[in-house]
Design a protein around this ligand. Structure first.
Ligand code: GRF
Length: 208
């Protein structure tokens, strides 16, 4: 049974997609054991509460330095002894010590087809604003392992989504979430839970 800890900062629609996929059996061999947010007002915490999932909040704002937060944050994560950590819209930089300790056991959902529109400063609506500004005709989402870079780890799954005429950033964001993010994040967890993902030479190999 894969024990999954989900890290969130906002509305939690990706968390909800994972919860629903586990509850319906689309994702197998998996248990969401906890949710951690840096934002005490994150609606994602209410979603966890409704589904009886243990949750807590810990924020850099509570600590005198980032170094102190990083240490306490990693301790808080370790309490759950997770097999997999899922960043579902988590907006805090993951401490390097945590990336080392959980090498290829932390995954992130990014709302673009990496390597497009990713890296520092590309998050939330900014990703979709940049895509529309560039005039691309296809966007999408990516699930990848987290390494020391920003959106640079081995790619696990991607899914493309068409840009429609007159799209606004908000409309495009919603389509990418509905048609891509909410599908490939649970799917990636199911693949990992069933031992179907490995990393070789910095790239993933999916054993279907
Ligand atoms: C999603 O768009 C995700 O791609 C990005 O942050 C957003 C989180 O949304 N990483 P939610 O909190 O899952 O609704």
């Amino acid at each position: 049974m894969l024990e999954v800890l989900v890290l969130v900062s906002g509305g939690g629609t990706n968390l909800q997609a994972i919860i629903d996929a586990v509850e319906t059996g689309m994702v197998t061999n998996t248990r969401i054991t906890g949710v951690i947010s840096n934002n005490k007002n994150a609606y994602a915490l209410e979603r966890a509460e409704k589904h009886g999932i243990a949750h807590r909040c810990i924020s850099p704002k509570e600590f005198a330095s980032r170094e102190e937060f990083n240490e306490k944050f990693l301790e808080a994560v370790d309490v759950w002894k997770p097999d997999l950590i899922v960043l579902a819209g988590f907006l805090v930089v993951i401490p390097p010590a945590m990336i080392e300790k959980y090498r290829n056991r932390i995954i992130n959902i990014h709302p673009s087809l990496i390597p497009s529109f990713c890296g520092t400063g590309f998050y939330g609506l900014k990703v979709h604003e940049a895509a529309l500004s560039r005039g691309v005709k296809v966007v999408g989402a990516t699930v990848h392992f987290v390494d020391e870079g920003t959106d640079t780890g081995p790619i696990i799954l991607q899914k493309a989504v068409d840009v429609e005429p007159q799209d606004t950033p908000e409309v495009l964001q919603k389509r990418v979430m509905e048609q891509a993010e909410w599908k490939i994040l649970p799917k990636a967890i199911d693949l990992i839970a069933n031992g179907k993902v490995s990393v070789q030479d910095g790239k993933t190999v999916i054993h279907l």
